[in-house]
Design a binder for this molecule. Structure first.
Ligand code: SPD
Length: 278
C-alpha cells in the first residue's frame, strides 16, 4: 500500500511524505498528536497535521534555536524552554556545560509522552537530572516567575494558531524581558520569510518594545513551510553575536554558520524595513 501523509501548508502549497507506518495517532485535550515513520525523513512528529519535527532535519532547527542565544551568554546557568515538548531544544541546551537547570514548559503532556516513546534521540534529554518538565500553559508559567529567574528563554513554539498565538505577542515578550532581567537573552522561532513576512515584522517590532537589542537570523529546514526559517533573538544588554561562541559538538551550528546566519538577504531586510502596521 502506498500511504502518503500531507500537510496543507497554505491553500496553494502541500508537503507530501511517503509514510511506512503510523506509530501513534491520538487526540489529546489540545490537538491531534501523531508520529509517523516516513521513508524519506525518518520519524515525523505532527500536531494537527502540521510537521513539528522530523529525525532528518530536527538538528538544524534545534541547534539554531538554542546555540546563538546561549553562546551570547557565555556561561548560561538557568534556561527556560517554552513549548518544545519533543525535547530537541532541551537536548541542545544540555550541550552547554555551564547549564545547571532547564525547565521545559510544554502545554500538552501527550506530546512529551509520544516523543518519549517514538523519538528517544530528542526526548531522551528530558531524563537528565538538570531538567524539570512543567506541563501547562507557558504564558501562565512565565507570569508567576520572579524577575531575573532565567538567563535564557527559548521559545520553541508551534505555528501561531490557537493557544500558541500568544507566544508571538508583545505582552508575552514583555514578560520574558522581566523574567530575563538585564543580562538574559531570548530566542524564538519566527516562521518563514517566504510565507510569513508580516508576522516576522510584527514580532520584531513587538520585541523592540521590551528589548534594546533585537536581531534576526535564519536557517534552512526542508520540512517547514517555505524551508527558509527565521529566528528572532533579543536582549536588554547582552550583545547578541558572541565574539567567541562556544565550541560544541554539533551538526549544523558552528561559529561560522552562526555569523553567516545573521546576514539577511535583501528581500528579508525589505520585510523588516516595511511599516509594521502594513
Ligand atoms: N511549521 C512548523 C513550525 C514548528 C516550530 N516548532 C517546532 C517544534 C520542534 N521542537
Amino acid at each position: 500500500m502506498d500511504l502518503w501523509w500531507t500537510e496543507q501548508q497554505t491553500p496553494g502549497l502541500r508537503l507530501g511524505l511517503r509514510c511506512e507506518q503510523v506509530l501513534e495517532r491520538r487526540v489529546s485535550s489540545y490537538q491531534e498528536v501523531a508520529v509517523y515513520q516516513t521513508s524519506q525523513y525518518g520519524r515525523l512528529l505532527a500536531l494537527d497535521d502540521m510537521v513539528m519535527t522530523t529525525e532528518a532535519d530536527e538538528f538544524v532547527y534545534h541547534e539554531m534555536l538554542v546555540h546563538p542565544a546561549l553562546s551570547a551568554l557565555g556561561r548560561p546557568r538557568r534556561v527556560l524552554v517554552v513549548g518544545g515538548g519533543d525535547g530537541g531544544a532541551v537536548r541542545e541546551v544540555l550541550r552547554h556545560p555551564s547549564v545547571e537547570r532547564v525547565v521545559l514548559a510544554e502545554l500538552d503532556g501527550a506530546v512529551v509522552e509520544a516523543c518519549r516513546r517514538h523519538l528517544p534521540s530528542l526526548a531522551g534529554a528530558l531524563d537528565d537530572p538538570r531538567v524539570e518538565v512543567c506541563l501547562g500553559d507557558g504564558i501562565a508559567y512565565l507570569a508567576q516567575l520572579p524577575a531575573g529567574a532565567f538567563d535564557a528563554i527559548l521559545v520553541d513554539a508551534p505555528d501561531p494558531l490557537g493557544p500558541a498565538e500568544g507566544l508571538f505577542g508583545a505582552p508575552f515578550y514583555a514578560d520574558c524581558a522581566r523574567v530575563l532581567g538585564e543580562r538574559g537573552v531570548l530566542a524564538a522561532q519566527t516562521e518563514s520569510p517566504f510565507l510569513h513576512g508580516p508576522l516576522i515584522r510584527a514580532v520584531q517590532a513587538a520585541l523592540r518594545g521590551s528589548f534594546s537589542r533585537v536581531g534576526l537570523y535564519w536557517a534552512v529546514i526542508p520540512t517547514y513551510p517555505g524551508a527558509m526559517w527565521t529566528f528572532s533573538i533579543a536582549s536588554r544588554g547582552t550583545p547578541l553575536e558572541a565574539e567567541q561562541p562556544a565550541a560544541l559538538s554539533t551538526r549544523y551550528w558552528s561559529p561560522e554558520v552562526q555569523a553567516a546566519a545573521f546576514a539577511l538577504p535583501p528581500f528579508v531586510r525589505q520585510i523588516l524595513a516595511e511599516d509594521p502596521r502594513s
